[in-house]
Write a protein that binds this ligand. Structure first.
Ligand SMILES: [Zn+2]
Length: 392
């Protein structure tokens, strides 16, 4: 091989590598759904958020304590994902009833490897059975919009009984980050349009929720790949949702593009396919949605890895708006067990490691003060979850 042909080969390899990176969101967008799709994300060797895993101690890496302005939060809410699969894996009796193959991995680490890698090497989980105080939606509705309102406002809205209520006016954590850091530092990407009602009474920040609802088009469409995905999502079938729902297969890659291109300090990502499949009593579809959500978490970690100091100082929070009834399909006020949720936090500013035993019960109201504490805004507010971050 001559030098010039070697150079040509290297140049082609570089271009192919670049194309591969660009193709990831498209590949994610083209995800298919269904029972046959059983694919775990590859195990990653590289640790993105460099940490020394010492349970219960804040660990300071080189320079980590000198740049609070770079701190950021990505809050991912997986709608209606119950704690059982998160901590126990696939339910064997449900799998048997549905004649699912015995080759299905039942272990929670096989089901959601990226989530468990976050828990075990870079962060913690609250709400695991047998591990201290539980975390739950305050309720009493245990349906989505009240759950999202509680997450964003940091308190429940007892006047909201439905998924299409008009929330009581309240400053949300998104509004507060916008006030403290600027409109460009907040973004919301969600499959279910009604999440926008909970996020802000008057959002000025970039927002795409459901197939059609878009705010700050200029910001979102500045990235050509995001613009393409928004257009595709707007014309896609709503399945597994209905109406203006946008399937997660669009929401996931849009969220990754927005994170990398707009670099907001607070990004909210709302994925909803799991809840939609569960309401259809489609356990295979539900598990597929969990796997795809987990692949998203792996891609999210990769994206943060490519973002330098900002990525290293980003905390990833993953939770849900409600759990599920004993019958799996449902959730709501008639099923108080569906109030129980779970919370994962990972990143350089997260204190604990692994499945932690929370010292007291927590609720979704504790998420917003935790986001504020991680971002260093809103001192004197309700306290953050102490297992995640010390009160400042
Ligand atoms: Zn639901």
């Amino acid at each position: 091989m001559t030098d010039s042909s070697q150079a040509l080969v290297h140049s082609v390899i570089r271009r192919l590598a670049a194309l591969f990176v660009l193709a990831i969101p498209v590949a994610l967008a083209a995800d298919t759904w269904g029972a046959s799709r059983i694919r775990s994300a590859p195990l990653r060797e590289a640790r993105v958020l460099t940490m020394t895993p010492l349970a219960g101690h804040a660990v300071v890496e080189d320079g980590a304590d000198d740049d609070r302005s770079e701190s950021a939060v990505v809050l991912v809410v997986l709608d209606g994902v119950r704690w059982q699969e998160i901590f126990n894996g696939i339910d064997p009796s449900m799998a048997r009833q549905r004649r699912m193959t015995s080759a299905e991995p039942a272990n929670p680490r096989d089901l959601m490897p990226n989530l468990h890698r976050l828990i075990e090497s870079e962060g913690l989980a609250i709400g695991a059975p047998g591990h201290g105080g539980e975390i739950s939606a305050t309720g009493p509705q245990f349906i989505s919009l009240p759950g999202y309102i509680e997450i964003f406002a940091g308190k429940p809205d007892f006047g909201c009984y439905r998924n299409d209520c008009a929330p009581a006016p309240a400053r949300t954590v998104a509004d507060q980050v916008e006030d403290a850091s600027g409109v460009d530092d907040v973004a919301l990407v969600a499959s279910w349009p009604n999440i926008a009602r909970a996020a802000s009474t008057a959002p000025g920040f970039a927002l795409t929720a459901g197939r059609k609802l878009v705010a700050r088009q200029d910001t979102l469409r500045a990235d050509a790949a995001t613009a393409r995905l928004l257009d595709q999502g707007a014309h896609a079938s709503a399945f597994p949702g209905e109406g203006e729902y946008r399937p997660d297969s669009f929401t996931r890659p849009i969220a990754l593009r927005v994170l990398a291109s707009a670099r907001p300090r607070f990004l909210f990502v709302g994925l909803g396919d799991a809840d939609e499949y569960a309401h259809r009593n489609d356990y295979r579809g539900y598990l597929g949605a969990l796997r795809s959500s987990d692949e998203f978490l792996g891609a999210l970690t990769e994206t943060l890895h490519s973002m330098g100091s900002r990525g290293r100082h980003t905390t990833v929070l993953v939770t849900t708006d409600h759990g599920r009834a004993y019958n799996f399909m449902d959730h709501g006020p008639a099923s108080p067990e569906s109030g129980r949720v779970w919370l994962v936090a990972a990143g350089a500013d997260v204190r604990g490691r692994g499945l932690v035993a929370a010292g007291r019960r927590h609720t979704l109201s504790d998420v917003a003060p935790t986001v504020r504490a991680l971002l260093g805004i809103g001192e004197g507010d309700a306290p953050p979850i102490p297992e995640i971050v010390s009160a400042r």
